[in-house]
Write a new protein. Structure first.
Length: 258
């Protein structure tokens, strides 16, 4: 009997306990740094997700990002957590990447941490948006459009746009990138939602005011601002904007790439 109890205790506190993924996710959800460290040390799978072969579920890093827990995020990343994992199906156009959870948390430090380690700001995500005259939501916005649609803090929107390239990989979010299916741009979303600060940031970053939504009678961001009655944004879109050249564009210009 004593031997059986000893074996059970070893299974609970040893590697058997550590390899049960739900324990790691529970520790992260509880903001338990000590337990998370212990489980990782014992071999817990930091990339386990709660879904199945059809629909991917959440990972521990998504939970930490959703909670805006930067120390736990940093620990999981150091342990090999996938920065660009998605929750959901129909990848990669409609799911929720790790970066989406950080954006939704409103924690700028969490967003910057992921971007620093190579999170892709041009990924699409499921993010319901109902523009004029459409009966169904557009659910596959870019992360930038989604951040604007949910009125994320302007500092986070700036961080997405002005991300430094990850070595020779990913740079900042494309301010003119349309949604995966419907031709909706970040500027159109900002104009329709009345997010004037985002409109100013997008214009300064080179957003094209002339892009049209071919599925909505060729309307532009200005048309959406007028229809929604956002006069301040109408004035911004009518005003000539002097765009600042980023340091990365200066490098490209120096090499004759543009």
């Amino acid at each position: 009997m004593k031997k059986l109890v000893l074996i059970l205790l070893m299974g609970w506190h040893g590697t058997g306990y550590a390899k049960e993924p739900s324990f790691l996710m529970r520790a992260v959800q509880d903001h338990d740094m000590a337990k998370t460290k212990q489980l990782i040390k014992q071999g817990a799978d930091v990339n386990f997700h709660t879904g199945d072969w059809m629909v991917r579920g959440k990972t521990a890093l998504m939970i930490a990002a959703q909670n805006g827990n930067v120390p736990l995020m940093r620990l999981l990343i150091q342990a090999g957590a996938d920065i660009n994992a998605h929750e959901g199906w129909e990848q990669p156009t409609t799911g929720k990447p790790v970066l989406r959870y950080a954006i939704d948390s409103g924690n700028l430090e969490a967003v910057n941490l992921l971007l620093k380690h190579g999170a892709k700001p041009n990924t699409f995500t499921e993010c319901p948006f109902l523009p004029p005259r459409r009966k169904a939501n557009i659910r596959n916005l870019t992360l930038l459009s989604c951040a604007i649609n949910t009125h994320a803090p302007i500092a986070i929107i700036k961080a997405l746009i002005h991300t430094r390239p990850f070595f020779w990989g990913w740079g900042g979010a494309d301010v003119n990138k349309k949604s995966a299916i419907s031709p909706v741009t970040p500027l159109m979303v900002a104009a329709f939602k009345g997010y004037s600060e985002a409109v100013s940031v997008l214009l300064a970053a080179g957003a094209d005011t002339k892009i049209q939504n071919e599925e909505d009678d060729n309307r532009t961001a200005l048309d959406y601002a007028k229809e929604a009655g956002h006069q301040k944004i109408v004035d911004l879109l009518d005003m000539p904007i002097e765009r600042k050249i980023s340091w990365w564009e200066n490098v490209l210009n120096w090499f004759g790439a543009k």
